[in-house]
Design a protein around this ligand. Structure first.
Ligand SMILES: Nc1ncnc2c1ncn2[C@@H]1O[C@H](COP(=O)(O)OP(=O)(O)O)[C@@H](O)[C@H]1O
Ligand SMILES: [Mg+2]
Length: 248
């Protein structure tokens, strides 16, 4: 029996005011099971970041329903959405968003500090994230001393430190060379396999999408379930075929 980590039902997002409305999402529907690694692919400007903002409760849909961990965001006010986001969601951004004047392990400890705990009391757990992502030598490094790939793995560790079950990743390799991108994607795959966390990735990079258990395609504001790819071992060729078919 699987259970749903995330449920998105007939979600619309329209920006702008009447007369100059831009519909970005037009009836998006899909579910993500606990422990699944799902990727949404779409070209630049197709609404991927918008979708993540709605899922994490940073923004609200124009219509439709979103549930996180079985709880509907629709009836929540902004404070309640913030609390649910802190409980359910870790975020990985394209540009890392590490705080420049904290060292790596202080950055990773931030979610604990925000939750009112003392990161010093959790030093061993925090160091364990560094070990599994090959970052042992970076514990005390400042962000500017790290490569892009190291910064992104530190930011994955930070997203895990708070213990949230869902990891939302917005183009996590978009600012990295190929070799660093591969290390980041392997780290995300590890998180899904070893921790039983749910990974939800949005990207326009076919190579990144091959790491997912399921790939969905966001085109013209919609996700057509007929074009979904199901793993394991989704090939880059299979992804390119669907992209060509969809003219993206
Ligand atoms: N706050 C906003 N106000 C108005 N338009 C927006 C806003 N956020 C995003 N958009 C527009 O929505 C579209 C999708 O943006 P985005 O979700 O960032 O796409 P992606 O992440 O796929 O590149 C773009 O045309 C963008 O300009
Ligand atoms: Mg984006």
């Amino acid at each position: 029996m699987t259970s749903k980590q995330l449920s998105v039902t007939d979600v619309y997002k329209i920006f702008g005011s009447s007369g100059s409305e831009t519909p970005v999402l037009r009836g998006v529907t899909f579910d993500v099971e606990v422990g699944e690694f799902v990727c949404v692919m779409g070209p630049s400007g197709s609404g991927k970041t918008t979708l993540l903002h709605l899922i994490s409760g940073l923004d609200t849909p124009s219509s439709g329903q979103i549930s996180l961990g079985g709880r509907s965001l629709a009836t929540m006010n902004s404070n309640e959405r913030t609390l649910l986001r802190r409980a359910e969601v870790g975020y990985v951004f394209q540009f890392f968003n590490l705080l420049p004047n904290l060292n790596a392990i202080e950055n990773v400890g931030l979610p604990l500090a925000i939750a009112g705990q003392r990161p010093k009391n959790h030093r061993k757990e925090l160091e364990a994230h560094f070990e599994r992502f090959g970052l042992e030598r970076c514990l005390e490094s400042m962000p500017h001393q790290l490569s892009g790939g190291e910064m992104q793995r530190v930011s994955i560790a930070r997203a895990l430190a708070g213990g949230q079950p869902l990891l939302l990743c917005d183009e996590p390799t978009g600012n990295l060379s190929q070799i660093h991108g591969v290390a980041v994607m392997e780290s995300l795959r590890k998180v899904c396999d070893e921790d039983d966390r749910t990974v939800f990735l949005v990207t326009h990079n076919p190579r990144d999408a091959t790491y997912a258990d399921r790939v969905l395609f966001l085109v013209d504001g919609e996700i057509d379930p007929a074009h979904a790819l199901h793993g394991p071992n989704i090939s880059a060729d299979a992804i390119h075929e669907v992209l060509a078919e969809l003219h993206i």
